[in-house]
Design a protein around this ligand. Structure first.
Ligand code: NAD
Length: 519
């Protein structure tokens, strides 16, 4: 009922009674500019993670529906690619305004389906909005290059041109931000786009699609299909899809990278993480402890940039009791409840997995200093809640260190020196984000130069780059060679064409064939 309430305000038509069963609203497909009911006989329930009530159903799109969506993208491509760059920019300028006007509505949908707090959901939309604003810089960032008089009477120029139909496959943890890393960037370059949102949180993407249509994006420039493996395989294999943007787990990302690449597509894949916060004893203690707690437990740890591992160096290990006290004070509640600091995990299976990883700690010799496994949230007894949990005495060979936990769990290691800490970080297979906390510039410089991690924060716990830079990631956290957004986003969604022109004066015409390579 709340989805209907939310969506009616923006006149969205994607949740209507399903012809197949029950009164649970269904999520529509978006094909050729229309929100249409799927004819699929396979549906997936969407749950409110705070209650586990079924709040909607999303179809596993049929092959015919997915074919229709790609055909629509393909039909729309020539005219869209031919639209003036200023017109495409205008669509996005209107879009960013509509996102701002509907920010709270999108955030409410996110909290309902994903569980994060409303304030954090607004941040999710806001960070995506910034990428839309960045996409409006297309007029400078899509510029090619020129070189006059490369040889006599000859000039060279290059154009950045769209690829054709591009596709996006998104995870559950940022229902607005991550789709907004994808289709606005691709479309402003002149591509058309096939989006597959996470089957667990499709609502925000559907609302964003409606707002894009209201901003003037022509029919067929964005199509949306739903589903899981079949939809993913369809995207990897379809010959009319030229590029895939993926964000999610390593299991899915490595598979998509390989399968998509095998079919000749460009693929960029942002994947899992184990982000370390290295705490030096000279750090500003008050700031550092607050930053660590916020970055470890915010969004219930379901962020790829969550600071899920602390390495306390030397005397900083004495700060552990205070860290625990601060984490204890966080309020766990349904995301739409006032004062909630963190909400539930996405599914009961996610909760079980996180609890099993916590269990593994003491079995392998670690100590649980704060245990969130048994938390009860009044009024939300069926929700997937885990309270803030801190595991200390952790060693790099333990399961709770090796696995990405993706829950409100901070694992704590200790070292005597910075060098030992750097070795731990670089021996970990992931290279998404990291932070060092120190008041010593030389220590900060040494750390940022020696760690092999894509995004490094110096007294910044979650160093997600603003959109004029690119979101990076090294080693197992990224596959591909061109990153999301920033200048690299424009490179990913365009291909180069060079034009070499020679305009000779009449009296300089060639008198004989030129049969050798010019030197
Ligand atoms: P996920 O891999 O389960 O799902 C992502 C997408 O892939 C979904 O659309 C899903 O339908 C599809 N998918 C799932 N399993 C698949 C499979 N076996 N084969 C093919 N497709 C599959 O990821 P998630 O649980 O939704 O998201 C959490 C993960 O995403 C975490 O590992 C997190 O670190 C990562 N993440 C990374 C970044 C980043 O920028 N590096 C950002 C956000 C999330």
């Amino acid at each position: 009922a709340r989805i209907l309430q939310v969506s009616s305000k923006v006149n969205c038509a994607w949740h209507a009674a399903s012809p197949f069963s029950s009164s649970v609203p269904t999520v529509k497909l978006f094909i050729d500019g229309k929100f249409v009911e799927s004819q699929s006989d396979k549906w997936i329930d969407i749950h409110n993670p705070a209650t586990n009530e079924v709040i909607g159903r999303v179809p596993q799109s049929t092959k015919a529906e997915m074919d229709a969506a790609v055909a629509s993208c393909k039909r729309a491509f020539p005219a869209w690619a031919d639209t003036s760059i200023l017109s495409r920019q205008q669509v996005l300028l209107r879009y960013q305004q509509l996102i701002k006007e509907n920010l709270k509505e999108i955030a409410r949908l996110i909290t309902l389906e994903q569980g994060k707090t409303l304030a954090d959901a607004e941040g999710d939309v806001f960070r995506g909005l910034q990428v839309v604003e960045h996409a409006c810089s297309v007029t400078s960032l899509m510029l090619g290059e020129t070189m006059p008089s490369i040889t006599k009477d000859m000039d060279l120029c290059s154009y950045r041109l769209p690829l054709g139909v591009c596709a996006g496959i998104a995870p559950f943890n940022f229902p607005a931000m991550i789709p907004l890393w994808m289709f606005p960037m691709a479309m402003v370059c002149g591509n058309t786009f096939l989006m597959k949102p996470s089957e667990r949180v499709p609502g925000a993407t559907m609302l964003l699609a409606k707002l894009l249509q209201d901003s003037g994006a022509p029919d067929g420039t964005l199509n949306i299909i739903h589903g899981q493996h079949e939809a993913v395989n369809f995207i990897c294999d379809h010959p009319d899809i030229k590029a895939i943007s993926f964000v999610g787990s390593n299991r899915a990302g490595e598979y998509i990278f390989e399968r998509g690449s095998r079919h000749g597509k460009r693929v960029q894949a942002n994947m899992g993480a184990k982000n370390h916060g290295v705490v030096m004893p000279d750090a500003n203690k008050e700031n550092t402890l607050n930053q660590l707690v916020g970055a470890a437990f915010g969004a219930a740890g379901q962020r790829c940039m969550a600071l899920s591992t602390a390495i306390l160096v030397g005397e900083a290990k004495k700060w552990l009791p205070e860290l625990v006290e601060r984490a204890k004070n966080l309020r766990v509640n349904a995301g739409d409840q006032p004062g909630a600091d963190l909400g539930p995990l996405i599914t009961p299976q996610a909760k079980e997995r996180v609890c099993n990883l916590i269990d593994s700690g003491p079995k392998e010799g670690a100590s649980i200093l704060l245990d969130g496994r048994k938390i009860k949230v009044k009024g939300y007894e069926n929700g997937n809640f885990v309270g803030p949990t801190i595991i200390s005495n952790v060693k790099p060979n333990m399961t709770c260190y090796k696995e990405e936990i993706f829950g409100p769990v901070l694992v704590v290691l200790e070292t005597e020196t910075l060098d030992e800490a750097i070795k731990i970080v670089n021996d970990n297979p992931y290279g998404n984000g990291t932070a060092i906390f120190t008041t010593n510039g030389a220590t900060a410089r040494k750390y940022s130069h020696l760690v092999d991690v894509g995004q490094v924060g110096v007294n910044v716990p979650i160093p997600v780059p603003l959109p004029m830079f690119s979101f990076t990631g090294s080693r197992s956290s990224f596959r591909g060679d061109t990153n999301f957004y920033g200048k690299q986003g424009f490179q990913f969604y365009t291909q180069l064409k060079t034009i070499t022109s020679q305009w000779k004066e009449e009296d300089a015409t060639l008198s004989t064939p030129a049969v050798v390579m010019p030197t």
